[in-house]
Design a binder for this molecule. Structure first.
Ligand code: APR
Length: 236
């Protein structure tokens, strides 16, 4: 990693676990437990009941805004001091990499703190919390969170850049993702195919483990700071 000119990092829900961010399913507690995810996170579900979906994302956004980046997020941002180019490719919508100081982040699944309108994808800033139902864009369309719902395509520019960055990285670090959800799940395979050294950090074995050059088993909040420490001790 000290010799790499470019490090590409792919992250998933696991990297935010130690910040207390529940996954989609973990967040389905209490009243929310009975709802089919198709009612909460698809375009069809939104059109059927906009206030319901709006309130679900209000609840999850409040958790995210209350949370703090953990030592794993911070370690990734510190790697920028030692490697000329570090790009974070994340499936998370929580914005914690940016809050930890990482500067180059590709958000494959959007960001829960951003909004756009349903019809035309006009971006929208300054939406008040606690409205209970979606307000409208100046074009008349309802607003929605700027996240990728089930059945939707990933933002094409983000996806294209993710593929291009992973092809040119000397080291790829895959952290806290089960490697089951496409197309992000194919990124480690592409990295390996293009000659990157592949490191995985996860407490459990995943679909990626079998192709990893190095599997560091454990929590990202513990392992990533140790990688940074080891890199600082190395003279190159
Ligand atoms: N540190 C690192 N990894 C962890 C930790 C931890 N402390 N705790 C759990 N993990 C690992 C789990 O072992 C698992 O492999 O994080 C992974 C989480 O997997 P998923 O919940 O499947 O999350 P992810 O891979 O990000 O899922 C991709 O699927 O649900 C959709 O849109 C959602 O972005 C998400 C996508």
């Amino acid at each position: 990693m000290r010799q790499a000119r470019k490090l590409a990092v792919l992250t998933g829900a696991g990297v935010s676990r130690e910040s207390g961010i529940p996954t989609f399913r973990d967040a389905q507690t209490g009243l929310w437990a009975s709802y089919d995810p198709a009612r909460l996170a698809t375009p069809q579900g939104f059109l059927a009941d906009p206030p319901l979906v709006w309130r679900w994302y209000d609840m999850r956004r409040a958790i995210v805004l209350d949370a703090q980046p953990n030592p794993g997020h911070l370690a990734l941002s510190e790697m920028e001091e030692m490697i000329p180019s570090v790009v974070i490719i994340t499936q998370n919508i929580d914005g914690l990499h940016a809050r930890a100081g990482s500067r180059d982040i590709i958000e494959l699944h959007g960001n829960i703190a951003r909004y756009k309108c349903f019809e035309n994808e006009h971006p929208q800033a300054d939406v008040q919390p606690g409205l209970g139902e979606p307000p409208r864009c100046s074009c008349g369309s309802l607003l929605r969170p700027d996240v990728v719902w089930f059945g939707e395509n990933l933002p094409p520019a983000a996806l294209e850049r993710a593929f291009s960055e992973i092809r040119s990285a000397q080291v790829a670090l895959v952290v806290g993702t089960s490697g089951l959800v496409q197309p992000a799940a194919s990124l480690p395979f592409i990295a390996r195919h293009h000659g990157a050294y592949l490191v995985e950090v996860n407490p459990e074995e995943t679909a990626t483990t079998i192709i990893a050059d190095c599997f560091l088993q454990g929590r990202s909040g513990e392992i990533l700071p140790r990688i940074v420490e080891a890199m600082r001790d190395l003279k190159v």
